[in-house]
Design a protein around this ligand. Structure first.
Ligand code: DX5
Ligand code: ZN
Length: 219
């Protein structure tokens, strides 16, 4: 059985004590640390910039999974790479020329992800699937933690899983799912085809985030 990977989103952590949140993720066996970057334009919320990531990088060797919810992502690739990002995921809805952006991220030898909002047809990804490492399926509207999982997402994950299998690239391309993931729906999302689950409020809004991460890993 392939174990699910877990990427805690620090968006729901205590920002005045990120050091403790990161230490918990690390000791509990989190696979990635998910960093939600919001610019107040692509989404209404405003969150983490490269200076914060730089401080995070100094505290951990965890894989830093950077989810850019920004317009003009091309302007932020270099600053986030220099700050310590291990991969950069951008939104397909945010740009006109994904290939150029993919090449830009690759030029820094970083992994490339594309994220897709719940209402965007999956077919817009078709021409990029062979060029990227990861697809981040949003199972809520991007912008805020603590929202409810959109149930139609499950069918979208299954459909993407099937398309990747048909193309013969399923083993190489990672499916990550983000938004409304709880212990109660994690198994279903995994079985639909997710390789990595992002969870924010389900981890950090519990009394014992450490044991919650362990429970996710044992799904
Ligand atoms: C939403 C972010 C998510 C968010 C998930 O725009 O991309 O990563 O932190 O939060 P939960 O797990 O609370 O839905
Ligand atoms: Zn995210």
């Amino acid at each position: 059985m392939v174990m699910i990977k877990i990427a805690p989103s620090i968006l729901s952590a205590d920002f005045s004590d990120l050091k403790s949140a990161i230490a918990i993720c690390q000791s509990a066996g989190a696979d990635y640390l998910h960093i939600d970057v919001m610019d107040g334009h692509f989404v209404p919320n405003l969150t983490i910039g490269p200076v914060v990531l730089e401080s995070i990088r100094l505290k951990t060797d965890l894989f830093l999974d950077v989810h850019l919810m920004v317009t003009n992502p091309e302007q932020l690739i270099e600053p986030f790479v220099k700050a310590g990002a291990d991969n950069i995921t951008f939104h397909i809805e945010a740009i006109d020329n994904p290939v150029k952006l993919i090449e830009q991220i690759r030029s820094f030898n970083k992994q490339v992800g594309i994220s897709i909002k719940p209402g965007t047809p999956l077919k817009v990804l078709d021409q990029y699937l062979e060029k990227i490492d990861l697809i981040l399926i949003m199972s809520v509207e991007p912008g805020f933690g603590g929202q409810q999982y959109i149930s139609e997402s499950t069918a979208r994950i299954k459909k993407l899983d099937k398309s990747l299998k048909i193309l013969g690239i399923r083993k190489r391309v990672i499916i990550e799912v983000d938004g409304g993931i709880k212990l109660s729906n994690a198994k279903m999302v995994k079985e639909a085809g997710a390789d990595i689950l992002v969870a924010g409020s389900a981890i950090f809004n519990t009394d014992d985030p450490h044991s919650t991460i362990e429970k996710f890993k044992n799904i």
